[in-house]
Structures are given as structure tokens and as C-alpha cells.
Design a protein around this ligand. Structure first.
Ligand SMILES: Nc1ncnc2c1ncn2[C@@H]1O[C@H](COP(=O)(O)OP(=O)(O)OP(=O)(O)O)[C@@H](O)[C@H]1O
Ligand SMILES: [Mg+2]
Length: 212
């Protein structure tokens, strides 16, 4: 379960982002809509343990993220949170399969089957040995989704996962995120300005940043 309470954040001279409350149980999904610059990526970074808010709390399964020490937070994030970043941030020297397996870099218990399973799920079964620079944008996006899902997170956070996709692939990616969230019993939060997916997700809120 993810609980957000009384969250506030602003960069210097930027409008304030305020989220009074979010409560999402495992298996539930939420779409956060907002226009460009409204603070969606900023909010996602806060929810994902990457950026401390000025005020308020993010509580995942009873753990308040920003009360953890830095190394504890890193571990907690690795175990519990899967983030699909707006820019895929894939490592160019590695293959597709190696990128997908990255969350397991420091442990030895990743099976090749698991990587293959997620590649299959995302329609990347023939791309496992491909180099990152040879992928289309949509394929790179799907690799980053596989990487976010592979360690079975409790919370999946996705930043504009459909931005570079046509209608058909946008629908597939949303269905896939929802399906995987259900399978993993994870809460799913998607932030986007893509109104095409508004009615594909059960609950939605709109981010209105206010001038300070
Ligand atoms: N590191 C930073 N320092 C200062 N201002 C920042 C920083 N990062 C983002 N901002 C500003 O904060 C605001 C929100 O940015 P953010 O990236 O969260 O928007 P967004 O809703 O994700 O936009 P988009 O839809 O274009 O991705 C923007 O006005 C941006 O210029
Ligand atoms: Mg953004």
C-alpha cells in the first residue's frame, strides 16, 4: 500500500506541487494527469524515493521513505519500487537482456528464464542480444518497462510510458502495465499528459501546480 500525506514540493522560483492525499492499495491503479511542466516527473521522483519533498510523507507498506537513511532507502527502493523513467536511461554498452537484468547486478540469483519471461511479455523476444542503439524508441521504452518489473516491485511508477507510441502500442503498454501490476499484486501509478489513456485506468487525478 502506498500512502501520500500532505505532500509539498517546489524548485526555487517554480510553482508549488501539492498533493493532499493519495491512498492506493496493492492491486489498485491511479493515473495522474497534468500538462507539460506541471510537475509530473518531479512528483514521480518523490514517490519513488529519489527526491525528498519539502513537506509531507510517502509511506510504502508502513515504511516512511524519507525517514530511512540513504543506504536503507536505496535498498528499499531496489526491493519494492519499479520505476519506468520518462527517458529510458538504458546502458548502451549492454545488450537488451543485460539491461533488463540490471536490478540484479549486485545479487547472483537472476535466472535467464526470468529475463526471457519479461522480454516475451513485452514483445521483445527476438531482441535479447540486440544493442541499445539499434532499438526504436518504443522498443527502448518497453525494455525499460521490463527492467522496472523484473524484481517484482510492490509499487510500479511509470512516467509517460506511452509518449512515443502509436495508439495500438500505447494501448498495449497500458494493458501490459495493468496486467503485470495485477499479477505482481502491485500498486500502479502512471503520470502522463496523454489523454488517450484516461479511460483505460480506473482512477485518475489531475495535477494542478499552484504559483507560490
Ligand atoms: N532540477 C530542477 N531544478 C529547477 N527546476 C526544475 C528542475 N526539474 C524540473 N524543474 C521545473 O519544475 C517544473 C516541473 O517539471 P517536471 O519535469 O516535473 O514537469 P512534467 O510535468 O514532468 O513535464 P513534462 O510533461 O514536460 O515531462 C518545470 O517547470 C521544470 O522546469
Ligand atoms: Mg515529465
Amino acid at each position: 500500500m502506498i500512502i501520500v500525506k500532505d505532500l509539498q514540493f517546489s524548485y526555487e522560483n517554480q510553482p508549488k506541487i501539492e498533493i493532499p492525499e493519495i491512498e492506493l492499495k496493492l492491486g489498485e491503479e491511479l493515473l495522474i494527469l497534468g500538462k507539460s511542466g506541471s510537475g509530473k516527473t518531479t512528483l514521480l521522483n518523490i514517490l519513488g524515493g529519489l527526491l525528498a519533498p519539502k513537506k509531507g510523507e510517502v509511506i510504502i507498506d508502513g515504511t516512511s521513505l524519507y525517514q530511512l537513511k540513504e543506504d536503507e532507502l536505496d535498498k528499499f527502493r531496489g526491493r519494492n519500487i519499479g520505476i519506468v523513467f520518462q527517458k529510458p536511461h538504458l546502458l548502451k554498452p549492454l545488450t537488451v537482456a543485460e539491461n533488463v537484468g540490471l536490478p540484479y547486478f549486485f545479487s547472483n540469483n537472476l535466472s535467464a528464464n526470468k529475463v526471457q519471461y519479461y522480454l516475451d511479455q513485452l514483445g521483445l523476444q527476438n531482441k535479447q542480444s540486440a544493442r541499445i542503439h539499434t532499438l526504436s524508441e518504443g522498443e527502448a521504452q518497453r525494455v525499460s518497462i521490463a527492467r522496472a518489473l523484473i524484481n517484482g516491485p510492490k509499487i510500479i511508477l511509470a512516467d509517460e510510458p506511452t509518449a512515443s507510441l502509436d495508439d495500438e502500442n500505447a494501448r498495449l503498454v497500458v494493458e501490459l502495465l495493468k496486467g503485470q501490476a495485477k499479477k505482481l499484486g502491485a500498486a500502479l501509478i502512471i503520470v502522463t499528459h496523454d489523454h488517450r489513456i484516461k479511460d483505460k485506468v480506473v482512477q485518475s487525478i489531475t495535477l494542478n501546480s499552484s504559483d507560490q
